[in-house]
Write a protein that binds this ligand. Structure first.
Ligand SMILES: Nc1nc2c(ncn2[C@@H]2O[C@H](COP(=O)(O)OP(=O)(O)OP(=O)(O)O)[C@@H](O)[C@H]2O)c(=O)[nH]1
Ligand SMILES: C=C(OP(=O)(O)O)C(=O)O
Length: 218
């Protein structure tokens, strides 16, 4: 794997990743039937660390956006090179909008927004997202209902995020409003998120066992 400088964006510009994290006792609430509060909190940290370190193999900089700076910093790990900023707007859409404003107010040519709960993500997925030759790249979940990642070129800084139920169709419509055809990127590493007990059961056995060990050992 080459480093960030060699990869660049489609035009060789600087790529900044934005990762929203809802940690503490509030994250991953749909897994409450199977996991206790402490295990869910550890799971948020383990997954976020995996996503952030995978991104760092490819992009120039990673910005984590959260309502809870200190617990998120701790959960991802003090050894990981990243910026953590506090969200000023509410909810997931507010957090990613804050992160993109931060990134585009710097020198980002392309921003890659990525959810922090993608257990199968690897650097080739990130590379595909940041080098796709389109101003908007949408990576839907495996059911093509939600959106797990979006790459936006600098010209799309006025983009409005529409995460929530049915967000893939909403984001495709948002691209149309901007007069651009989105590139749709479907890969297992980008499509598999971990929201429900069913998602947990559908994971490959080795990934599920590794995650289980990590969240039990603390
Ligand atoms: N900063 C921030 N991140 C959020 C917020 N809501 C969700 N996220 C993050 O957005 C990504 C997708 O989250 P979801 O799967 O919708 O929510 P979740 O909190 O992980 O799980 P549920 O409680 O089951 O909805 C994950 O990286 C979350 O940590 C929020 O209000 N603020
Ligand atoms: C909010 C979303 O994610 P999830 O389905 O993980 O809640 C989304 O994909 O828009």
């Amino acid at each position: 794997m080459t480093g960030p400088a060699e990869n660049g964006g489609p035009a060789g510009g600087r790529v900044i990743a934005v990762v929203p994290v809802r940690g503490g006792a509030n994250g991953k609430s749909r897994l409450a039937p199977d996991l206790g509060a402490e295990e869910r909190e550890r799971l948020v940290g383990v997954l976020a660390r995996h996503v952030v370190t995978t991104l760092l193999a490819v992009v120039d900089r990673v910005v984590v956006v959260t309502a809870d700076l200190s617990s998120t910093r701790r959960a991802v790990g003090a050894d990981v090179r990243l910026d953590v900023i506090e969200q000023s707007r509410e909810g997931l859409n507010g957090a990613v909008a804050d992160g993109c404003d931060f990134a585009f107010s710097g020198r980002a040519a392309r921003v890659a927004v990525m959810h922090a709960d993608l257990p199968l993500l690897d650097p080739t997925d990130v590379l595909a997202l940041v080098t796709a030759e389109a101003p908007v790249v949408l990576a839907p979940d495996h059911a093509r209902e939600g959106t797990n990642a979006i790459a936006l070129d600098r010209g799309l800084a006025a983009w409005r995020f529409r995460f929530g139920q049915g967000s893939f169709a909403e984001h495709a419509a948002e691209a149309e409003r901007h007069g651009v055809a989105p590139f749709v990127l479907q890969r297992p590493g980008l499509g598999v998120d971990l929201d429900t007990p069913g998602d947990w059961e559908a994971l490959p056995g080795d990934a599920r066992d590794a995650l289980r060990r990590l969240i039990r050992s603390g």
